[in-house]
Every structure is written in C-alpha cells, then in structure tokens.
Design a protein around this ligand. Structure first.
Ligand code: C5P
Length: 216
C-alpha cells in the first residue's frame, strides 16, 4: 500500500505546535485539523448545557453529538476557559472514543493531512510517516500565551498563566487515557530558543527527511 503524507504534530499547550502544523499544511497543500478544538467544543458544550465538567456521561453525550464544522471560526473556543474545560473532558475514555473515528477519517484523506494535538502520533495515526513532538519550557510557553492574550485585551498575570500551563501539562501527561507522550518514532523539536520562522524551518526539515525516508 502506498503511504500518503500524514504529518502528526503533538506537544503541550503553547509549544508552537498549532502554528507549525498550520504552516506545514500550507507548505504541502494539505488539510489541517487542530484536534484541540474538538475537545474544546465538547467542554464548552457541557458547560453551555448546564452540566458540570465532572459529569462524565454528559461529556460523552456532548462528544457523541459533536458537529465538527465551523470550530475554527468560533472565538469562544480560543479562551482559557475552553482550554481548561477541554483538558477536563479529554480525560474521559468515552469522550476520546467518540472523537476517534472522525480524526482517523480526516487523516485518511487522499494525499495526506496534518493533525495536531496530544495523541496524534501515538493513538490517532501511529503509522504516520512524519511525526513531530514540539515542546518548549513552561516559562517560555506561559510568556507566549500571556503575550497573545494581553495583545487581545485580556488582563491576566504571567504567574497565573504559568500555573495554568503547569496544571494542564500535569493533567494531560498524567491521565490514563491517551496521555500526552512523545511517540517513540517522533522527532523532538524544542522551540524554546527559536523564532516562529526558525521553528517552522526546523519542522520542514524534519518532514523533508521523513518524505525522503518513505519515498513521499
Ligand atoms: O491544543 P489545545 O490547547 O487546544 O488542547 C486543549 C486540551 O484538549 C488539551 O489540554 C488536552 O487536554 C486536550 N487534547 C487532547 N488530545 C488532543 C488534543 C487536545 O487530549 N489530541
């Protein structure tokens, strides 16, 4: 079977993985799925329906009825509240199971696709020919997120941002269901000291090496 160019981009919050994934998609003319948006939409649906995030059955029902269109245009999904809600519901195996097929179907598109998240290279597309694990220190990630949010007019303290990032890392890496972990065959890309341009360049070189290796 000939492989297609599936690019799996995993990593923690504010590591730069979303920007890198979007740029890679543009570079190679591939469709891009930000899988964090799915979990964010599920978390916000639970809250909008008046349920508690601790209500696993409500979260699974929200995931099963999710309509995955128009999510990237929904401003509410970009908030810290949505990220926090996402990471709470993402720990429920039933939520992850409900979102599995649609992510795998996205990855199977002819020609390939770029997906970014936490478990793309380990669970969603373990056979992807190109896998990146993008990271940076918690301090640098908190500072990036702080700059983004203050530029958008949010009044938030850097220290609070750093605490949020640490809590989210711990929850995402420590959960039993599809924890955030670097796939054995993923290439680590540490963006701590890199500009967006330099990080993208490094990512492109990783994908080029994977293409050469797999004849893609
Ligand atoms: O990447 P983003 O910050 O939008 O993800 C929000 C949350 O959704 C993450 O903290 C994580 O708990 C969850 N998530 C996940 N698996 C993915 C993508 C996101 O568990 N593939």
């Amino acid at each position: 079977m000939t492989q297609s160019l599936v690019i799996a981009v995993d990593g923690p919050a504010a590591s730069g993985k979303g920007t890198i994934a979007a740029r890679l998609a543009r570079e190679y003319g591939l469709p891009h799925l930000d899988t964090g948006l799915l979990y964010r939409a599920v978390g916000m649906k639970v809250l909008a329906d008046g349920h508690d995030l601790a209500d696993e059955a409500a979260a699974v029902a929200a995931a099963q009825s999710l309509v995955p269109t128009g999510l990237s245009d929904d401003e509410r999904l970009t908030t810290g509240e949505a990220g926090e809600a996402a990471s709470r519901v993402a720990g429920y195996p039933g939520v992850r199971a409900a979102l599995l097929d649609l992510q795998q179907a996205f990855a199977r598109q002819p020609g390939g696709a770029v997906l970014d998240g936490r478990d793309i290279g380990t669970v969603i597309t373990p056979d992807a020919p190109a896998k990146l694990f993008v990271t940076a220190t918690p301090e640098v990630r908190a500072s990036r997120r702080w700059k983004q949010l203050t530029a958008r007019g949010f009044d938030i303290a850097y220290e609070a941002m750093l605490t949020d990032i640490r809590i989210r890392d711990e929850r995402d890496a420590g959960r039993g269901a599809a924890p955030m972990v670097q796939a054995e065959d993923a290439v680590l890309l540490d963006t701590t000291d890199l500009s967006i341009e330099a990080a993208f360049d490094a990512a492109r070189r990783i994908v080029e090496a994977a293409r050469a290796k797999h004849g893609l």
